[in-house]
Design a protein. Sequence first.
Length: 169
Amino acid sequence: MTNTDLSGVSDDAKALSSFMEEILQRVVNVYATYNMPLPERRYWVMSDPVMDCEQIVVSFIQMYIGSPGDEATEPRRCNDPRSATIHISVTRKVPTVGKSGNPPSPTDIQNGSLAQAYDAWLLLESYRDFDVWETAGAGLGLGVIATIETSEPQGGLQTTVMTVTSAVP
């Protein structure tokens, strides 16, 4: 826990933390729409998370001046948008070698991959909710860049990660 008193910080300085919290909530809402269970451990962090249990984590990668995907080859004006690149990681248990040293069966391995396949699909479905930063009914934002990948299973866990670049409101 931090000892720094942040109670007097201006709301204008809270844009990135509000963005991270909103991204996490929007992903949770998409999963609820599809009745897909998510791990109970849910948080956002300003670094790569430790993948030591089942969890969903939104982690900060970088922020820059410009629209999502802009290559900063020219100076930007002070009224240009800010964009952030984040990871949204869903970590789940997967079948492992049993106590007798026998590997999991192909059926167990495939069944264990179902949740990751669903996670990949639902995470990519959620990107639509990251481009609507204006007031309700105002239309789309500046666009989103999103990719999905999965990690190699380690320690009985596997992570599905979506990398997203979106404008920060």
